[in-house]
Design a protein around this ligand. Sequence first.
Ligand SMILES: Nc1ncnc2c1ncn2[C@@H]1O[C@H](COP(=O)(O)OP(=O)(O)OP(=O)(O)O)[C@@H](O)[C@H]1O
Length: 356
Amino acid sequence: MSLSVAIEHRAGDFRLAADFTTQGRVTSLFGPSGSGKTTVIDVIAGLTRPLRGRIAIDDLVLLDTDRGICLPPWRRRIGYVFQEGRLFPHLSVRQNLLYGRFFAPKGEGLADFAAIVDMLGIGHLLKRRPRLLSGGEKQRVAIGRALLANPRLLLMDEPLSALDEARRQDVLPFLARIRDEAKVPIVHVSHDLSEVIALADHLVVLDAGKVAAAGPLAAVMARPDVAPLARRQDAGAVIELFVAGHDAAAGMTLLEGAIGQLAAPLRPLPIGAACRIWLHARDIILAREAPHGLSARNILPVTITGLLPHADGSRDVLLDCRGQPLFARVTPAAVADLGLAPGQSIHAIIKSVALA
Ligand SMILES: Nc1ncnc2c1ncn2[C@@H]1O[C@H](COP(=O)(O)OP(=O)(O)OP(=O)(O)O)[C@@H](O)[C@H]1O
């Protein structure tokens, strides 16, 4: 699936001019509060009509203001999961789910009720009313209802934001299952970078109503012009690795990727499994000489590519490790003591707890 969006809109003083294309299985719209994320997905869903623009899924044009095309929401076949479930309180979970199926197009084969219920782990809840569900269960039912309508695209607006941290961790694996098992592309809104990194393969970064960057997740996160936006929350780099082996005696799982080998705390993952690590700037220590008396593991030769001041007075050191960008946060005193400067070769020491 290819989704192309080029829209202009105005709401009060807010101006939106967003233009991006994505082929991602999960595309995250990420950006600070008020940057326009919800407005963009409301326009894609057909809930908000923009001043002008064009939206297409593959060859199907949903909106083209130049040609006077604007499909109503029910003809777009787009599922929408809101922040807080929005289930029908007077219907059971089963009835809420079947309500979704009511909107599935006739003659295309129905979405598999049992498979979706199983995928979301809600089989034991089917007879209950929504008021007897936890927040995380409500969100899973809302997602099931959206999937049962057989959508060509699933939109999710901060689906975990109404949940506490423990419930978020409960629901996140179900979202990952949908990504991996349901054949429905997802556009997902979040201002939580850890959620984005867990789910997305494509990223659209919005800032003040404009697209600051768009493309594959790791590539977008590595862009120096995007780093300051992410840095409002947390600086770091996305690293794609795979499980190369386990050293049970040392309590380690060995991960390998373009940057070399890293040793993480032992995890029961199959050899060859892909994994993605979000390496925080604060979890990297810089040293001019390769340190003695430390295990050689997790010490990477890197080159400094830039130094960026951070709002709290510290510096983010931009690093390159065999083409993989990394960030390390250091104090101004450390910059002076180590004589850090662009072009310098140096060692990055990764704390192994950072790889847990
Ligand atoms: N109907 C409206 N009238 C006036 N301003 C509006 C209207 N709808 C949205 N806005 C403004 O448009 C901007 C973008 O809102 P939007 O909800 O799209 O942002 P967001 O990135 O989803 O934010 P958040 O992360 O806080 O949900 C905000 O400044 C908001 O106040």
